[in-house]
Design a protein. Structure first.
Length: 69
């Protein structure tokens, strides 16, 4: 997965979709994508459990995530 920090607003839609898909709960703490504020930008980290399903990218309203080919 590729995170484009310039487009990210930190809305957590990616984390909510991830946790809902994998754990049937809307809880960012259960997501395999974690967002962290880095000054005025956000950065994403993916846990080792991330299977790169691409749901986070598909539902990102800002196009801040892309699935690698």
């Amino acid at each position: 997965m590729i995170h484009v920090s310039e487009k990210c607003t930190g809305c957590l839609t990616c984390a909510l979709v991830c946790s809902l898909s994998h754990h049937e709960q809307c809880s960012p703490s259960l997501a395999y994508v974690r967002l962290h504020a880095d000054g005025s930008r956000w950065r994403a980290e993916f846990t080792p459990d991330c299977d790169e399903c691409g749901r986070c990218a598909r539902y990102c309203p800002y196009g801040a995530l892309e699935k690698e080919n």
